[in-house]
Structures are given as structure tokens and as C-alpha cells.
Design a protein around this ligand. Structure first.
Ligand code: HEM
Length: 225
């Protein structure tokens, strides 16, 4: 995660947490159904749908090819992160902190779960991938040095100092390889995390669909008297 992205995303996340905790002292049961509350709801839904663009572009090869000239996958991921926090923030304002129906409670819980799992994974993955890149570069340099030293040793038939350097370099290689194996375990953990984040985001999509459907269905029935 780039530094400026981390700062803005963390600030938005904090705002989301505060907006959520406000429910302890505030509840406006009529806000969600008011014109302004409805506007927040529609905007929140649209912004959340923007967050789903990233998985679509990542997984659908045709779509990826079509947009690759205008926007990289990395930029889509940045958009994903911001839309993924901003949408739920708008959704939370829309709720007016009325957490009463099972769908409303589940929707809010799953929505927050998606955001927090996303943030944790983004942060973790950023750290691990930068670390792996650094260690791989270190390993390549050490292997090159090992190769040069081995050639020197072969040419000068066992000078003590040179042999000590070779064994030092080979120990360093073993250390970096061990650290890389640890990172590999972290990468596997990341894959498991991604599965959780995806499952939550699918549940969110289903609950959003249910929520929008029931709002229209009951809304229209009420209008019809
Ligand atoms: C409405 C909110 C969100 C939804 C619906 C959502 C959904 C998804 C989905 C479906 C994927 C899977 C992509 C794939 O592999 O196909 C994904 C990946 C990911 N999401 Fe989210 N997400 C949301 C919010 C966030 C937030 C707030 C963050 C970070 C702050 C985040 C960070 C990530 C990261 C790091 C990945 C993995 C990137 C990769 O390696 O491909 N997400 N998200």
C-alpha cells in the first residue's frame, strides 16, 4: 500500500468507525426513508458497486483487455480501496443508525466486515510483498557473489580466507531462503484471507440486493395504499 493511500484510507476507516459508534448515542428511524436519507442510500450503493469493478476487471479477461489501455489493474485496486470505504460510509449515514431488522443488522455487520477484512489484507499484503521483493533481490546478489567466490576458490586451490568468505555467503543464502519460506507461509495466509474477503463481499452483494428489493417492494406497496 503506498504511503498516501495508507494515510487517506486509514483516515476514512477511522471516520467509518466513528460514524458507526455514533449509533450508541444517536438514532433517527425516519432518516433512511426520507429524501436525503434515500439519496445517501443510492449514492452508497452506487459507490459500493464501483468497488466490485476491481474483481470484475481482475477475473474477466475480456474486460481486463478492454480497459487495460485506459487504466491499470493497480489503479482499479486503488479505486476499489477508496470506493470500498466511502460506499459503506455513505450507507452507514443512510441507515440513520436504525439497526432493528435482521436484514439491516446483517447488512451493516457484513458491510463493516468486508471493509475491515479488506483493510487488514491490503496492509498485510503490502508489507509481505515489499519484503519478498527485497529478499529476492538480496538472494540474487548473494548467489552471484557465491558463484564468483566458488570460481576463485577453484582457481586458487583452497586459500583459508576465501573459504571462510564462501561459507559466510552460503550461510547468508540459507538465512534469506529461510526468511523467504516464512514469507511464503504469509502469502498462503493471504490467499486464505482473500477467500474470506470474497465470501463476505458476495454475502454483501446478496444482502444489498435483498435490501434494495424489499425497499422497492414494500415502498411501492405502501404507495399503492
Ligand atoms: C464494498 C466494499 C468491498 C467489496 C465489495 C470488496 C470486494 C472484493 C472482492 C470480490 C475481491 C476479490 C478480487 C478477486 O480476487 O477477484 C477483493 C479483493 C481485495 N480487496 Fe476488497 N472489497 C471491498 C472493500 C475493500 C477495502 C475497503 C479494501 C482495503 C482497504 C479492500 C482491499 C482488497 C484487497 C487488497 C484485495 C486483494 C487484491 C488482490 O490481490 O487481487 N477491499 N475485494
Amino acid at each position: 500500500m503506498r504511503e498516501h493511500e495508507k494515510v487517506i484510507a486509514s483516515a476514512l476507516l477511522l471516520l467509518l468507525l466513528v460514524a458507526w459508534f455514533v449509533f450508541l448515542v444517536h438514532e433517527d428511524p425516519r432518516f433512511a426513508g426520507s429524501p436525503l436519507g434515500g439519496l445517501f442510500g443510492v449514492l452508497g450503493l452506487l459507490v459500493m458497486l464501483v468497488a466490485y469493478l476491481y474483481p470484475a476487471v481482475k477475473r474477466v479477461a475480456g474486460l481486463r483487455r478492454a480497459v487495460s489501455k485506459t487504466m491499470s489493474l493497480g489503479t482499479f485496486l486503488e479505486l476499489h480501496v477508496f470506493a470500498g470505504i466511502l460506499g459503506p460510509l455513505l450507507g452507514l449515514v443512510h441507515s440513520g443508525h436504525k439497526f432493528e431488522s435482521p436484514t439491516g443488522i446483517a447488512l451493516t455487520a457484513v458491510m463493516l466486515g468486508v471493509v475491515f477484512s479488506g483493510f487488514a489484507g491490503r496492509y498485510l499484503f503490502g508489507v509481505v510483498s515489499a519484503d519478498v521483493r527485497e529478499k529476492k533481490a538480496m538472494l540474487a546478489a548473494l548467489e552471484q557473489e557465491y558463484h564468483h567466490l566458488s570460481l576463485e576458490v577453484a582457481g586458487s586451490a583452497g586459500r583459508g580466507g576465501l573459504l571462510a568468505r564462501v561459507s559466510g555467503v552460503s550461510e547468508a543464502i540459507a538465512d534469506v531462503e529461510y526468511a523467504l519460506a516464512t514469507d511464503e507461509r504469509a502469502r498462503r495466509l493471504f490467499a486464505r484471507w482473500l477467500a474470506v474477503h470474497i465470501a463476505l463481499s458476495l454475502a454483501l452483494l446478496a444482502l444489498l440486493g435483498l435490501h434494495v428489493f424489499s425497499s422497492f417492494y414494500y415502498g411501492v406497496r405502501w404507495l399503492g395504499g
